[in-house]
Design a protein around this ligand. Structure first.
Ligand code: MN
Ligand code: MN
Length: 453
């Protein structure tokens, strides 16, 4: 059961480092699910994929994609086998934990303009204080105009942040439990401190509103129909003196998004129709129109049958899903040497040991888990070994230590074969997450081998 370090596979590590550079660029740009989807579409189109809603007919070899509400993508390479014999699916999620501005976010207090937030996904709140944060998202105006906001990533931009108390004044705070020391309602961002001249009521907030009006032509009421996300500012960076790792925001799950997307883009012909599915809302339960529970994905397959000029498209879509095989490409928690006690060493993911398979996730007796069929797992093992992919197996921490889930169980509802396969992450859900460059590359190789096997 010995697992070799994936770096040892490479004499010349150039291909690994080159791939990592491309990924760093993607991660540095794709700060929100919308931008991740926009980048995905740009990359798909640059690689010969066309919008399926704009074609009249399809045939084997065609490359098409569907986009759902700017936050959810299904891209396909049509195979030579009949569609209803099933797909090979790589499914990853584009959303990451963050702070969201509320519908009525702006207020002034003690000479500061502040923005009220509601956090999205599972975060340790103290990790989000006193770090530079950026604002990304959209403001949708009543006239139908969608204004894109992106402040804080350009080195010339200002940044915002959440303040925290000076240690010398923290006697009360330091007595609190870690989970209570920073309250959710206190994760408000500081937006400004300069009053507008000749304004008596809330002059600092008025000045911020004037800036927003001048630059973006938006009013305070427009925040009602907006999605502004507050995310760590700045680019993804090399991590470690040996540059073996990448520090950045959103590796969960944009590392798997990128590896899955590249695997599809770099695949030519396939027997089984290949699919890369990018979903939103995983961090809050895969709910809503753009989450994995949405009928969007199933509908895209029905639409493919329509483009084949077939009848009974919904039934055929169901049949196709039942005959499909999937890698649920989501990240795994890497064993942290400083907190090794939460992991069980022989069933833990190690940074640098390659693509991680989780037969099951879940918590307290595998609750909520997909638990892949061993027959399917054996089939996957063969594919990985024949393609010389460095891979490892893991579960999320020790039994009864905690747990988690992915989208695997949702797609498994179609009675398809699904197993979790992703990249090991240190500091998962923190503003600065860490992955190994070689793991990102092995995931890409593993995903590619799966699509063509
Ligand atoms: Mn995830
Ligand atoms: Mn997550």
């Amino acid at each position: 059961m010995y697992r070799k370090n994936a770096w040892l596979k490479y004499e010349d590590k150039k291909e690994v480092f080159d791939f990592a550079e491309q990924y760093k660029q993607f991660l540095s740009v794709a700060k929100s699910e919308r931008i991740a989807v926009k980048e995905a579409v740009r990359l798909l189109e640059a690689n010969g994929f066309v919008n399926a809603e704009e074609v009249a007919q399809i045939e084997a070899g065609d490359r098409v994609y569907f986009v759902n509400k700017s936050k959810n993508v299904a891209a396909y390479i049509i195979g030579t086998d009949p569609l209803e014999e099933g797909l090979r699916i790589l499914g990853a999620h584009v959303d990451s934990p963050r702070l969201d501005l509320k519908e009525n976010p702006l207020y002034e207090s003690k000479g500061y303009a502040l923005g009220d937030t509601h956090y999205y996904g599972g975060i340790k709140k103290y990790q989000w204080t006193t770090i530079p944060l950026a604002l990304v998202g959209v403001v949708c105006k009543k006239d139908g105009k969608v204004v894109e906001i992106n402040i804080g990533d350009n080195p010339n931009d200002p940044v915002v942040g959440v303040t925290d108390l000076l240690i010398h004044l923290s006697a009360d705070q330091m007595e609190k439990k870690l989970g209570k020391a920073i309250e959710g309602e206190n994760l408000d961002i500081t937006l400004g401190s300069m009053p507008l001249n000749d304004k008596d009521k809330e002059p600092v907030k008025a000045n911020i509103l004037k800036l927003l009006k001048d630059k973006y032509d938006i009013e305070e009421e427009d925040f009602i129909s907006a999605e502004i996300e507050i995310v760590p500012a700045g680019m993804a960076r090399d991590y470690g003196l040996d540059r073996s790792m990448i520090a950045g925001y959103g590796h969960d799950d944009r590392s798997c998004v990128y590896a899955s997307l590249m695997a599809l883009l770099h695949t030519k012909e396939v027997k089984k129709t290949a699919c890369c599915l990018l979903v939103d809302k995983e961090e809050i339960g895969s709910v809503g129109a753009t989450g994995a529970h949405s009928l969007f994905f199933e509908n895209t397959i029905a639409k493919l049958f329509r483009l084949f000029k077939e009848e009974n498209v919904l039934w055929k879509a169901r049949l196709t899903l039942e005959n499909s095989e999937m890698l649920s490409s989501d990240v795994s928690a890497a064993l942290d040497p400083l907190y090794a006690y939460v992991s069980e060493a022989k069933n833990a993911a190690y940074l640098g040991e390659g693509l991680v398979f989780n037969k099951y996730t879940g918590s307290r007796g595998k609750s909520g888990s997909n638990d892949a069929q061993p027959e399917y797992y054996a089939f996957i093992r063969r594919i990985m070994d024949e393609a010389n992919v460095n891979w490892q197996t893991a579960e999320l921490g020790k039994v009864d230590q905690g747990g988690g889930g992915t989208i695997a169980y949702i797609l498994a509802n179609y009675n398809m074969k699904v197993i979790d396969a992703g990249i090991a992450v240190l500091n998962m859900h923190a503003p600065m997450e860490i992955v190994s460059k070689v793991d990102v590359y092995e995931a890409y190789l593993g995903y590619k081998a799966f699509l063509v096997a």
